[in-house]
Ligand binder design. Sequence first.
Ligand SMILES: [Zn+2]
Length: 324
Amino acid sequence: MTQDEGSGAVQHRETSAPVIAGIDIGGTKISAVLTDESGAVLAKGVVPAPAAEGGPAMADAAADLVLRLCGALDAPLAGAGVGAAGVIDQERGVVVAASATFTDWSGFPLADELEARLGAPVWVENDVNAFLLGELRWGAARGESDVLGIMLGTGVGGAIALDGAVHHGVHGAAGEIGHTPGFSDLVCTCGQTGHLETLASGTSITRRYRAATGSDASAPEIADRARAGETAALAVFTDAARATALAASVASSLLDLGMVVIGGGVREAWDLLEPGILDTLRTDAPVSGFPLRIVPAEISADAVARGAAALASARLADPVPATV
Ligand SMILES: [Zn+2]
């Protein structure tokens, strides 16, 4: 058994049967899990992400982590799935577009580069899509078919599953709910105005709190102040919750979704978000009359890596599926 970090369930294992890797590549860290065919986690680890050093350095760091975990288990690698930040051409395994956090990441042939380093097939998916796959398989959305996933992190990402499969859309960018307009008068990180992200991201929570109070408190500190009853701190979380619930209600009205799963760092303040979400669902519920469930992610920290492993497992079993 190998476990570098965290307290996720790690199974004991006796044989050296091939394992499947799931890799979560973000702007600050790269984490990976090794699973068996059933998706049980056998090993996990995390390393800093050299996002400023370019695509090859990121691929080196991810491959080194996976090979080190495989070495500790003395197990051969059958294949790997990756959840990576940015817009992904998942058929070719190429990063199509990425934020300025990543140097030389747009256009990087991530699947080919990792296959060369790992000596095993690699499939790449957008990280929020992988998060939703993880929650569908093992988390809050188990047994659901039509689900919206929203990650409230540094930015706001989204992913849609229909009939149990991730819906990619014409350009591979379906579900990008963070950059939909009409929520505020604030300028978004993308340069446009009023997007959901201006109210619901962790960055927006600290920025709006600073604008209201002059304090440079971190998001966890602001959450503690809100729990202590400070009005300004409570207000930034209530505004984030209301905007998130409105966006969820719009998406659910369009697609008749059964559930919306909320992940990302801001989800850790679920106790502060839930009242605003429930209030908004009372006033702005889908007119279908069917109740919309908005719930916190259950395997939040590992969901991207475990979802990516599930993708690889499905592709190994059926290399050219109609859906994943
Ligand atoms: Zn935006």
